[in-house]
Ligand binder design. Structure first.
Ligand code: NAP
Length: 792
């Protein structure tokens, strides 16, 4: 069971106002003292105060003769096959598709699925089994064209459950999932009158009893269609039961979840504290309602993914990769009025590097206020150097808030991308057999997505457990075992301290000693978080950190004050933290500061001094099935091998066949190493935009400061194509060549050319790094010089 606790002053104030209004306006009228006809009309009036989301279209229709309405996202193709059948609440006597538009609209918008809200027949004119017959007919009609999720609230939740049971009995294909919101799944009156629920804003025992009598029309209340909670629930599809604690039906939600679990159904119980019956109707006003609908969305889309079949679709833009830059691009495309895009992500979740890098201790190495987008500050960071799970939550939250789940296809790896010069379209295939066509192609996979394994003889013969830091498997036990870590870069410096606490013996294999500066981390307290809600404060903190990091760029210039300060700090940090002279000697770098990424850590050196930790500086000769042999002939037995050996940033996009003009592939174009214009566009590959492409990495600041202008650059290019009625835009080859010649001459002789790192190719060419200040890059990139481009 997952319990969610709404927070925030605004949320509490709005919730208080809504609860009082509902009690006054609705609970008093939903009572047997008023005729059903009046209750229906009154509910229709009150429902007009709920907020229907923008960007959806509603169309009256019938399904198998049953009326209802289609609710769809505007101007966008669904990215997943399937649909959602919605059964509204209202105690089987009142309510309609119209009264629930705020909820069906959000479900359509957030999931991207077409939603059919059914106007099933109501009691007392049409007692049971009319509603069930209508739901079955509508489901069967929808199911003919793909998998269906059935969702319903209150009586609609009970009806959804009864429909799933009836389908099982009839041998029909089951729904892909059930979403049951505060379901009324048991009409049998309790032996004693239940105590009133003080927070209940809508329902009363008198009304529920009266409506159940009208629906049952003399039939037993134990019947499955009235009380599906009491039926045999085996064989039902994955089910999400969602409710609030302040409602009469809260105990029923708990009982239903328990019954489903007892029947081996994959049931998830999702409870929001302090919320009333079907609070999800107040999306747009209550954040807790939107959050609950996002959880319904995630559940529905995950369930539908299991039923996926290859699809063909057309979009304006295909985005490859759902990391920071993919998310930023998607949000800004929406802001620019482009809604028909799809994000393809090979992993089962979004986050990119923050989905992959979940090793113990993973965190960002720049302060979190600069590791959030300028347009989406995060007041909830719990520490200055946020952890990987916290960053992934920020990304998930951003994606949900901007409705990106509806655009996201997970577990989908792009295999081929081919440009058609005559039409100006990209054609794609994926490993699932999907085919897509789009005008624009955004590659947002970043430079650090391909893990690099060490090229050491015998690696494959090692029979112990083997992990790469970027493909972590948390199920591998480390406690008390012999663990080896290869590498002492940024990643290793983060994972060694927590692993040193756990491992029996930890051998750290260092090839090169690195520069380490203290990490000024601290926990953000309640005051920090309260202030962070105040935009001028949040902007001020972000600006200050940006300037501090920018100052750090000066540290790469020989003789600068910044460099002198950094060298002194590094030496003091080392001598203060490393007490053993011999160890200190081994940890003293021999290459110029800044040539490789500087490590910011205050716990790496102390971890190396622990008695169960050995720093091995003798080179590795080979692996044996059970250990590592160093060049001095000594073998260390190893249970678990952890390679923190970094990434291949040179063979960018090597796992996708990208073909541009004249049949040239990206690998051919980049035979001498990757290069692009400002790291964004590549000559011969029109309408394609790289995010964090070649020569855009930084050694001193947050990559997000580079992503935002890159996104704007790409969007300006797209707008130029559209405005001029063109088919494509491509950077002129001579412009790209001149740009890279200037870049490489600046990099020659720079600090980064004086050692080996992931910034450089084997021949020494620096392909990853931008040499200047952030300001310089932003100014050059923010608005493209269209004379550098060819528009066709
Ligand atoms: P890395 O900086 O490339 O470090 C790889 C380490 O593995 C180095 O110590 C390297 O030694 C060692 N290594 C590689 N092959 C080896 C071999 N065959 N034998 C022995 N040692 C070997 O990789 P990383 O630590 O994963 O960091 C990569 C980048 O990711 C960083 O520069 C940073 O930009 C980013 N990163 C960011 C964060 C963050 O918080 N934002 C966190 C982690 C990483 P040599 O130095 O001798 O080559």
């Amino acid at each position: 069971m997952a319990t969610f606790r709404p927070s925030g002053l605004r949320e509490h104030v709005v919730a208080g106002l809504l609860r009082t209004s509902l009690r006054l306006l609705l609970k008093t009228v939903l009572h047997p003292r008023f005729p059903i006809g009046f209750q229906r009309r009154w509910l229709a009036v009150v429902a007009r105060t709920t907020l229907i989301p923008r960007g959806i279209q509603i169309e009256a229709a019938t399904l198998a003769g049953v009326p209802g309405e289609w609710v769809r996202r505007k101007n966008a193709e669904p990215v997943q096959s399937g649909s959602l059948l919605y059964l509204h609440g209202g105690a089987y006597c009142i309510g309609s598709a119209t009264t629930h538009r705020s909820l069906t609209g959000r479900l359509a918008k957030f999931t991207g699925l077409p939603v059919f809200a059914l106007n099933y027949r109501l009691a007392p004119e049409h007692p049971q089994p009319a509603a069930l017959e209508d739901a079955l007919a509508a489901y069967r009609a929808l199911r003919a064209s793909g998998p269906v999720v059935i969702a319903g609230d209150s009586a609609g939740g009970g009806l959804a459950l009864a429909t799933a049971l009836a389908l099982r009995e009839a041998g029909d294909p089951p729904p892909a999932a059930l979403l049951l919101l505060s379901p009324w799944a048991d009409m049998v009156p309790p032996p004693t009158e239940p105590a009133p629920v003080p927070g209940e804003a809508m329902l009363s025992t008198a009304w529920v009893t009266a409506c159940s009598a009208l629906y049952l029309n003399g039939q037993p209340s134990e019947a499955a269609m009235a009380s599906p909670l009491r039926a045999d629930l085996r064989g039902l599809p994955p089910t999400l039961v969602q409710a609030g604690t302040d409602e009469m039906l809260h105990p029923q939600a708990l009982a239903l979840h328990n019954a489903l679990q007892a029947a081996d159904v994959a049931s998830t119980l999702d409870i929001t504290e302090g919320r009333w019956h079907v609070f999800q109707l107040h999306g747009g006003a209550l954040r807790s309602a939107d959050d609950a609908i996002h959880r319904l969305t995630r559940f529905a889309l995950t369930a539908l993914a299991a039923h996926r079949t290859p699809t063909q679709s057309e979009h304006e833009t295909v985005i490859m990769g759902a990391g920071m830059s993919g998310i930023c691009m998607a949000i800004q495309l929406q802001r620019a009025g482009q809604h028909n895009f799809v994000i393809l992500e090979k992993q089962p979740g979004l986050g990119g590097t923050w989905w992959d890098n979940i090793y113990p201790g993973a965190h960002v190495d720049v302060p979190a206020p600069v590791y959030s987008f300028s347009f989406a500050p995060n007041p909830n960071w719990t520490r200055r150097f946020a952890s990987a799970p916290e960053i992934q939550r920020y990304q998930q939250d951003l994606a949900e808030r901007h409705g990106l789940l509806a655009h996201l296809r997970l577990n989908t790896r792009l295999t081929d991308a081919k440009f058609d010069v005559t039409t100006g379209h990209w054609h794609f295939t994926t490993d699932n057999g999907d085919t897509l066509r789009s005008r624009y192609f955004v590659c947002s996979t970043g430079p650090l997505s391909q893990p690099r394994w060490p090229e050491i003889p015998g690696l494959d013969s090692f029979t112990g457990q083997r992990l790469h830091s970027a493909r972590w498997d948390a199920s591998v036990p480390l406690g008390g075992r012999n663990v080896a870590v290869i590498g002492t870069g940024s990643t290793a410096s983060q994972l060694i301290p927590p692993i040193a606490k756990e491992a029996g013996q930890l051998h750290v294999f260092q090839r090169t000693a690195n520069w380490v500066l203290p990490r000024p981390d601290r926990r953000y307290g309640a005051l920090d978080r309260a202030l962070a809600h105040f935009p001028p404060y949040a902007m001020g903190v972000r600006w200050c950190w940006t300037q501090v990091l920018e100052w750090g760029r000066r540290g790469f210039d020989e003789g600068s004050m910044a460099r002198k300060g950094m060298l002194k700090t590094a030496a003091m940090h080392r001598s203060r933290q490393v007490k053993t002279p011999e160890l200190r000697q081994h940890l003293t770098p021999t290459y110029p500061l800044g040539c490789k990424r500087i490590i910011y850590s205050s716990d790496f050196f102390p971890a190396l001094e622990k008695p169960n930790v050995e720093l091995v500086t003798t080179g590795i000769e080979r692996f044996t099935p059970t250990g590592i042999v160093t060049t001095d002939g000594r073998e260390r037995p190893i249970d678990v091998l952890i390679c923190a050996t970094g990434f291949d940033a040179v063979h960018l996009l090597a796992d996708v066949n990208v073909t541009g003009c004249d049949g040239q592939t990206l690998q051919q174009a980049w035979a001498k190493g990757p290069e692009a214009y400002h790291g964004i566009t590549v000559a011969g590959f029109p309408n394609m935009f790289l995010m964090l492409g070649p020569n855009t990495a930084t050694g001193h600041t947050s990559t997000l400061l580079y992503i935002e202008p890159e996104v704007q650059h790409a969007i300006h290019c797209m707008k130029a194509v559209k405005a001029g009625g063109h088919r494509w835009i491509a950077v002129k080859p001579e412009v790209q060549a001149a740009h890279n010649a200037a870049l490489q001459s600046r990099l020659q002789g720079s600090v980064w050319s004086q050692c080996n790192s992931w910034y450089r190719m084997e021949g020494g060419r620096i392909v990853a790094l931008f040499p200047g200040f952030t300001k310089e890059y932003v100014q050059a990139v923010l608005k493209p010089r269209l004379s550098d481009y060819r528009l066709t």
